[in-house]
Design a protein around this ligand. Sequence first.
Ligand code: ATP
Ligand code: MG
Ligand code: MG
Length: 347
Amino acid sequence: GGTIGILGGGQLGRMIAVAAAQLGYRCHVYEPGRASVAAEVSAQFTCAPWNDEAALGRFAESCDVITWEFENVPVGPLAAIEPLLAPHPRALETAQDRLKEKRFVEGLGGVPAAYATVDTAEELVAAVDRIGAPGILKTRRDGYDGKGQWRIQTARDADAIRLPDAPTIYEGFVEFACEFSVILVRGRDGEVRFWDSPENTHVGGVLSTSTLPANAMVIEQTPAARALAAQAAEALGYVGVLTLEFFATGEGPVFNEMAPRVHNSGHWTIEGAATSQFENHVRAICGLPLGDTATTAGSVVMSNIIGEDVSSAHDCLNDPDAHLHLYGKHQARPGRKMGHVTRIGGR
Ligand code: ATP
Ligand code: MG
Ligand code: MG
């Protein structure tokens, strides 16, 4: 038993809390927003701003271990509760800034897309000039689900763009064959286990599907991607589930970004693997033995339910191979992740 603190109150926290409950833990969610789909399935809820150090301190007193489900939690206030945190907040610090993240991965021998930092209109013109178009301008911080990103098709687009009031980074567009992710769990003793790498598709910058088995190119590039991910986990002294996103290209795997947490492309593990990413995250942070990550089905397709599509979500319930997960969000906004369906084949 014991209490697991979860920073962030979204669907990832909700699924961590469900897995934690099964293992006999209680969860306490900390989230600045009043509505929390994680709090709805947890024993306790603190609704307070990230920088409210008193609230954070009281929250920590109620917890035996604290993790996060939201990767943009401000790191400063976490210093006071650092001994309880798993993973270590240095993973957040690295992953929260796309520049730091890319430099970190390059330091380990990984290859990101060509990039340049951009703080002024002149720097953007110079970056597009050097790297070429098409490309994508991204805010260095706080982006997710394709938010804070602008596609630049031609050098002329660069002149027209109004830069956001925050540091950005320009990335050359990677002509990838497909996308995939490496999802691993690292225990407190340093043991690392990988799930099979799904092939991922995105629509408008938002994950749409994760499929297994992945195509031959992904399978061929997975060992190199795994080696990089394991080195990253090691270097960060990481405990818990860590995800790295890759582009499969003719020149091998190109690193896209890192998520220091359970990941949407790992939702298929709930029904498609011997142990889910959520259960293994709980096991890792609680110092329990890690579970088997083997895929237990011949094929798996996880499809996100986005926005108003949630109104027809129940249509899949007559399909015996479909497993529906609804996150209990009250408002279906465009692009918002409302749930997902995992279809299992050939068990
Ligand atoms: P997430 O929700 O995964 O955290 P995010 O907002 O951090 O999303 P990215 O992963 O940077 O966004 O980009 C979203 C998607 O946009 C990628 O999965 C890919 O499909 C596309 N994309 C991003 N950068 C590039 C690039 N340099 N070249 C080609 N496609 C890209
Ligand atoms: Mg991201
Ligand atoms: Mg991404």
